[in-house]
Every structure is written in structure tokens, then in C-alpha cells.
Ligand binder design. Structure first.
Ligand code: ARG
Length: 588
């Protein structure tokens, strides 16, 4: 079905036309003076020049055409020529009733679903997840869910960092510590052990140690580069060790992402495209795109219209080694061959923007993608601490994601048991669910590209623009609905009624904006639009709730109308929080 703004605009266009003006002038927007009206149309102003007529006169002509309208309850012309609009409660009720009958609240599905790939998460094997990875995971997951809800065919790929020097470093350090390991015995031809010779915590200690050593010790670094080379060229023992590293690390990553309610369709990594690189490089050379510059193989990507310098995209280093760029380009090739997406969205730290600009241009120029393939960079800002600097632990180190979640769970738990007795297990479970909403909403309610301040006190507060506030509201609605059922009420037997108070109508108006909101949130890959929408709904609901005795209402018809309204509000809120990647507890 059409979004409410379109339905209202249709009526307005009809009136412009009937009054002898161009229909297109009848475009309606949400009022920017909610104290005066619900919607507005500024078409009379736009038409003044064309019709050489005062806007006020045009508006009056249109108003006259709307004297009897099923859509509007009130149309008033305001100097210099605004049309201020209030919709009829009956029209609004009918619109919502249709929404509640249709799947996905009447959302129109695309004629042809787009194939979209989302590259997000991007953790590095053997390195603990940190807060930067949190943002990519949280935003990517939501963008994925929104696109899927909008009817597209979406594949999420984690794109593991599993192939570079960090692998050689780990292997080198393992060899230093335990040179007798069978993996380093070149004459060994048997089966390698099933069990990894290290645990995840050892692995997480080994990497930083190795990385530190390589910065101080040139020969150590050479060893690591040699190990990387051997690994990439398929030396058996190195591959076997690498497999262990991947398995141990991926098991741990899966556990962490599960906690975040984030999941990926593909667990591919940089290593998966290794074998595609030589062919890709040959094609780039043969096509005349790649050439040698100062020993390295590069592709020029600057364009005449550039206002800033865009350096060439490096494909191979002078020693022939591949880089981060090379794997990203080869991954595009692989994705185009295997899945053939219409669009690829990268959810990555915005500091990589220029890098992706080079990659996208290079992919286009060298024909890795079709001319119509969309490549989008969704860059996110930094998560800062209260001091406005990148978020750190109290000791000043990099905050591990696990610890961050632990901390916020504790704070939430404290709030849940405060002044109340809730069984321990239940309180822990509620704390976990609500804390996740605090983290995710705290992140997603900001426009992704902006930096934001991670403020545990604010994020976990049940008041204000927060996840817990949304969940409190939802739980309140659910509790009214269950009380209604307990008292013998049947939800199937309720139906919406035209609003009879301001706050009730306001809630209805907010709910009616759902389709428009989804259109924008999908079109702009903007989860923050979902957040802003549910925050408005929660506010509208709470105003309505505070002035309406819903369950004590004696007029049965009225009560049923309210219950139906609550049911719709609950369904919409639940759908929206699912799009954001969190859920609500039964009680709080
Ligand atoms: N592993 C990278 C990092 O930790 C992020 C990967 C982003 N995605 C990509 N296709 N380059 O910085």
C-alpha cells in the first residue's frame, strides 16, 4: 500500500487539479509546526509565479475544493499561502486498519529484488575484537535486516582478516617457543594432529608479543615475512597450523557475535581469494590498466573532476607481494563471479574512505564489476569515551568487546535488582537482553558517519532516547495486553476506532508513518531513522498512556479500540527493534 504521505498528497493533487492548477503542486509534507497542524502543503507558493497569482488566492481555491474530503478534517489557508492540514480521524483509522491487516504493514515489495552483499564485521583472526569491530557488526547487521525486510536478497559476509603478515607473525612466534612442533618438520609427510597446539587465550597473547618483537628485531620480522610467504605458497605444515589458528579463532568469534545477536551468511576471508590474484593481475596488465611505477604494480584511478589528489591504487608491492588492496579487489571479482550482486555495501571505519574510493574506481576501470553495479561505502565514525577521545579501558588500553559487554551487563543488572527482588537467574537474563539494547541503540541512534560518546550511564538509563526506554515502553504495552487477556478479553475481537483525544490521534499519526520510515531507512542505509521513529512512538504512547485509563474504561467499544491500537503499536515496535538487532524481555 502507499505510504500515508502519498495517500494524502494524492488527495491534495486532486484538489489542485480541480481548482485548475497543476496537480504536482499538491505535494504534502509532515508539518514543521506540529502545534498548528499535522501536515502541510506549500504548493500554492510554488505555483504563484507560474500562475501570476497571489499564493493566498491559490491556496483558497484549493481549500474550497477540499470542503468535503474523506481525508481531511481541517484545511486552513494561512498567509502568505500555506495550506495547514489535519487528517480526519476516520481516514487515519482506516489507514491503520489496513496496515494492520497486511503483511509487513502493507510494505510494497520491489518488483525485482536486488541482490545486495554487505561486507561487515571484518574482524582479524587471532586478534581480540575491539570496539571498532563492534560498530561495524552492529551497523552492518541492522543495515542487512532493513534491506531484507524491504524485500531484497541480502548476503552478509564477515570478510575475515586471515591472510596477512599477522599470520606469519603468529607462526614465527610458535616456532620460537616450540621448534620441535611437527608442523616445522619439513620431512614430515603424515597426518597433522587434529588438536591445535594452543588455546584462544594463548593465541591472543602470542599475536601482540610477536608483533612487538617484529618492530624491534629486524631478523624476527624477516622470519615472519618468510613464514607468511611460505604459508601463502602452500607449505603443508604452515597451512595446517594456519587452519588451527582459523578454527580456534573462528570458534571464539562465533561465540562473541552470537552474544551480539549478529550473524553472517558467509564466513569468507581474505585467504579465500588468494588463488584468484594471479589471474586478476594478468587481466589488469593485459587490459593496459596496470603498470609498473617505482617497482610496484599500480592502476591510475584519478579522474579529471577530482578536487583532491587521488593516488594510484597499488596492486602488488615491488617484491611481488599482495596487499590489503589486492585481496579487496580479488574479493570483488570473486563476489561478482559467485553471487553477482547488484550492490555491495562496505560497513567500515570512515578513515578507510579514500582507500575504498580507490578500490571502487579501480574495480570499475578494470571491469571487475558491471557498469551498473553499485559499490557503496558506509563509513562509521569513532566511538569515543567521555573525554571525547577514542574509547579506552580505564588503564588506557584497547577495550576488548567482551569486557565492554560484561561491564554494561553488570550496570544493567545493578539497575534491575535495585530496590526489588528478582530471582538471580531471571535478573541476569533480563540484564543481558536490556544491556544489548543499550549498546546497540546507543550506537545506532546516531547517524553512522558521526563519532559518538559511549556513555554507559546514559545508554542504560530508562529515560530519554535510549534502548532501555524503548524496551520499557514495549514491556508496558505487553503487560497491558496480557492483563486484558487475563481479564477474559480477546485480542482477535478488538478493532481500531477513530481517535477521540489529541494524544491518541498523535500516537496513530506516528504509527501511520511506518512505511515512509522504512523507505528512508532502506534507501539511505540508515538505522538511525528506525531509532528516531520508535523514539517518537514511545513518546507518543507514553503521553497517551498517562492520560488514558485503558483497562478501567467502561465503554467496551472504546476499550477495544485502544487495545487494538496497543496491539499495532506493539507489533510495530517489535518489528523495528528486530530491524535494529535486539529484542525485548517479557518483563523488566
Ligand atoms: N579487517 C579490517 C580491519 O580490522 C576490516 C575489513 C574491512 N572490510 C574490507 N573489505 N576491507 O581494519
Amino acid at each position: 500500500m502507499d505510504k500515508i504521505l502519498d495517500v494524502i498528497s494524492e488527495e491534495m493533487k486532486r484538489a489542485f487539479q480541480a481548482a485548475g492548477y497543476e496537480a504536482e503542486l499538491g505535494k504534502v509534507t509532515i508539518s514543521n509546526r506540529p502545534d498548528l497542524c499535522e501536515y502541510q502543503c506549500n504548493g500554492a507558493m510554488a505555483g504563484a509565479k507560474r500562475y501570476k497569482k497571489a499564493p493566498l488566492a491559490i491556496a483558497q481555491d484549493v481549500e474550497a475544493e477540499l470542503k468535503i474530503s474523506p481525508v481531511f478534517e481541517e484545511v486552513s489557508t494561512v498567509p502568505p499561502g500555506f495550506l495547514n492540514l489535519k487528517v480526519s480521524p476516520l481516514f487515519l483509522k482506516d489507514y491503520l486498519a489496513q496496515m494492520s491487516r497486511e503483511p509487513k504493514f502493507g510494505l510494497n515489495m520491489p518488483e525485482k529484488a536486488k541482490k545486495i552483499m554487505i561486507d561487515y564485521g571484518g574482524p582479524n583472526v587471532a586478534k581480540p575484537l575491539h570496539v571498532g569491530h563492534l560498530r561495524s557488526a552492529v551497523i552492518g547487521e541492522s543495515v542487512k535486516r532493513i534491506a531484507r525486510y524491504a524485500g531484497h536478497e541480502v548476503t552478509g559476509d564477515i570478510h575475515l582478516g586471515d591472510w596477512g603478515l599477522q599470520m606469519g607473525l603468529i607462526i614465527t612466534e610458535l616456532q620460537e617457543r616450540n621448534p620441535g612442533l611437527v608442523y616445522f618438520d619439513e620431512r614430515f609427510t603424515g597426518e597433522y594432529p587434529q588438536e591445535a597446539p594452543f588455546t584462544i587465550s594463548e593465541l591472543e597473547e602470542i599475536y601482540p608479543t610477536a608483533s612487538g618483537k617484529s618492530k624491534e628485531d629486524e631478523s624476527y620480522k624477516e622470519k615472519a615475512m618468510d613464514a607468511t610467504f611460505k604459508l601463502q605458497n602452500g607449505v603443508r605444515g604452515y597451512r595446517a597450523l594456519w587452519n588451527h589458528i582459523i578454527n580456534v579463532s573462528v570458534t571464539d568469534l562465533k561465540k562473541n557475535y552470537k552474544r551480539l545477536n549478529v550473524d553472517f551468511d558467509l564466513w569468507k576471508g581474505e585467504s579465500d581469494v588468494h588463488d584468484l590474484i594471479p589471474g586478476m593481475v594478468e587481466e589488469m596488465k593485459a587490459g593496459g590498466y596496470a603498470y609498473i611505477s617505482e617497482g610496484a604494480l599500480v592502476v591510475d584511478v584519478k579522474e579529471e573532476t577530482d578536487t583532491k589528489e587521488i593516488p594510484p591504487c597499488m596492486i602488488l608491492k615491488s617484491d611481488g607481494a599482495s596487499l590489503y588492496n589486492t585481496t579487496d579487489l580479488a574479493t570483488i571479482k570473486e563476489r561478482m563471479e559467485n553471487i553477482g550482486p547488484d550492490e555491495i555495501i562496505y560497513v567500515v571505519d570512515k578513515r578507510q574512505e579514500l582507500y575504498f574510493e580507490q578500490i571502487f574506481r579501480c574495480a570499475r576501470k578494470t571491469g571487475l564489476v558491471r557498469p551498473e553495479t553499485e559499490l557503496k561505502f558506509l563509513g562509521f565514525g569513532t566511538m569515543n569515551g567521555k573525554d571525547g577521545k577514542p574509547f579506552k579501558t580505564r588503564e588506557g588500553g584497547v577495550m576488548r568487546l567482551e569486557n565492554l559487554l560484561e561491564e554494561i551487563n553488570e550496570v544493567m543488572y545493578g539497575k534491575i535488582v535495585q530496590n526489588r527482588s528478582v530471582p538471580e537467574k531471571e535478573a541476569r537474563e533480563i540484564a543481558r537482553v536490556v544491556a544489548l539494547s543499550a549498546v546497540k541503540y546507543g550506537d545506532l541512534s546516531n547517524q553512522a558517519s558521526k563519532d559518538y560518546i559511549f556513555d554507559i550511564d546514559r545508554f542504560t538509563s530508562s529515560e530519554g532516547d535510549t534502548g532501555p526506554y524503548i524496551l520499557y515502553t514495549l514491556v508496558r504495552i505487553k503487560s497491558i495486553l496480557s492483563k486484558y487477556k487475563e481479564a477474559g478479553g480477546r485480542l482477535e475481537e478488538t478493532s481500531l476506532r477513530p481517535a477521540c483525544s489529541g494524544p491518541e490521534k498523535d500516537l496513530m499519526l506516528q504509527l501511520a508513518g511506518f512505511l515512509g520510515m522504512i523507505e528512508n531507512a532502506y534507501g539511505e542505509s540508515a538505522p538511525h531513522k528506525v531509532c528516531a521513529y520508535i523514539y517518537d512512538i514511545a513518546n507518543a504512547f507514553n503521553r497517551f498512556y498517562h492520560e488514558t485509563k485503558i483497562l478501567a474504561e467502561e465503554d467496551e467499544g472504546r476499550k477495544k479500540g485502544w487495545i487494538a491500537l496497543l496491539l499495532l503499536a506493539k507489533d510495530i515496535l517489535e518489528t523495528c527493534i528486530d530491524l535494529l538487532g535486539f529484542s525485548a524481555p517479557e518483563k523488566m
